[in-house]
Design a protein around this ligand. Structure first.
Ligand code: IPM
Ligand code: MN
Length: 370
């Protein structure tokens, strides 16, 4: 029996929009195969989010979906958004479904590891000697900051012009919990944390910095430095090896993690896992890529690596996570590439075929198991 008395791990699968369903299909194949090999009892349920949910339920995240998700041990999500939905008002925008999911699951920390894999050194537009051996973790606060702050909205002024406002707001406890998470994770790594803010301009960043310094006293073995977000944006592509763990607020983390994707060769390589008070949400960092949707062209590796994070963070099975990560590396070593990471001479494969390659490598690395 599992911790909470249930007999199997319940995983809700939310494919979403665009290339989401295609990459999630591959992710589920990996999930099922590795679960079988490690004798992890799984119960998969499928539901919708984003534009797909608007079509089915009239809203981007239905109450019943959130209820189902709250009873799950983990969620595997593809992507939300897409051209179809561009003109819709905010409440039924696909993105609103994702934000409501994160908030509803109380996922305050979004972990985005950025590892430069040796076979992809030349997939980055940056010089190999700059990106080589980069292995960093962005810890992004996920349910606060300017994404959720009030007041927000758009109005017409007495002068007849339009005025729009969003509010960047953090409380002490919101900062403490994500920063504590970052320091704890750093302890398992190289024990270095860079906290990113804009404390030379923003009050909210001054509070952020004070809280970080205070929480750091609980972690004297971890080295702490601070960077302004503009400087960090530059350092990330100038000298990325300086970073181990980066901890920052919601908006800065969103922006910096896309930038960091350039180090890994493609945003199609970046997985993420979000954790908090209960469930675990695994999703690739990339979006729905509507331009290539339905054409078997998306890179499933970010989703596959997100499944590895599910084994690590939701099921506590480090070995299974490591197996998936090793299989991805060796598929790349064999020369298989999706279009986003392919250079001259590489064997360019589609979404599903890349999934097959990884499954194949899993069988080779751990023959006969399961
Ligand atoms: C991400 C995405 C989302 C975000 C969007 C789709 C709401 O960009 O996960 O990084 O801004 O958080
Ligand atoms: Mn983003």
């Amino acid at each position: 029996m599992l911790e909470n008395g249930s007999e199997e791990y319940r995983v809700t699968v939310l494919p979403g929009d665009g290339i989401g369903p295609e990459v999630v299909e591959v992710g589920v194949r990996i999930l099922e195969e590795v679960a079988r090999r490690f004798s992890v009892p799984l119960c998969l349920e499928r539901d919708e989010i984003g534009w797909a949910a608007v079509k089915r339920y009239g809203v981007p995240l239905a109450d019943e979906t959130l209820e189902r998700v709250k009873k799950s041990h983990a969620v595997l999500l593809g992507a939300v958004g897409g051209a179809e939905a561009e003109s819709k008002d905010f409440a039924i925008r696909p993105e609103a479904g994702l934000l409501a999911l994160r908030k509803g699951m109380r996922l305050y920390a979004n972990l985005r590891p950025v590892c430069v894999l040796a076979p992809l050194l030349d997939a980055s537009p940056l010089k190999p000697e700059i990106v080589r051996d980069t292995d960093l973790l962005v810890v992004r606060e996920l349910i606060g900051g300017i994404y959720f702050g009030e007041p927000r909205g758009r109005e017409r002024t007495e002068q007849g012009e339009e005025r729009a406002v969003n509010t960047m707001v953090y409380t002490t406890s919101q900062i403490e919990r994500v920063v504590r998470m970052a320091f704890s994770l750093a302890r398992e790594r190289k024990k270095r944390v860079v906290s990113v803010d804009k404390a030379n301009v923003l009050d909210v960043s001054l509070l952020w910095r004070d809280v970080v310094i205070r929480v750091h006293r609980e972690f004297p073995d971890v080295e702490l430095t601070h960077q302004y977000v503009d400087n960090c944006a530059m350092q990330l592509i100038r000298a990325p090896q300086q970073f181990d763990v980066i901890v920052t607020g919601n908006l800065f983390g969103d922006i910096l993690s896309d930038e960091a994707a350039v180090l890994a060769g493609s945003i199609g390589m970046l997985p993420s896992v979000s954790v908090g008070d209960g469930g675990v949400l695994c999703e690739p960092v990339h979006g729905s890529a509507p331009d290539i949707a339905g054409r078997d062209r998306g890179n499933p590796l970010a989703t596959i690596l997100s499944v590895a994070l599910m084994f690590r963070y939701a099921f506590g099975l480090q070995e299974a996570g490591a197996l998936i990560e090793a299989a991805v590396l060796s598929a790349l070593e064999q020369g298989f590439r999706t279009a986003d990471i392919s250079a001259d001479g590489a064997c360019c494969v589609g979404t599903q075929a890349m999934g097959d390659c990884v499954l194949d490598q899993i069988g080779r690395i751990r023959p006969g198991a399961g």
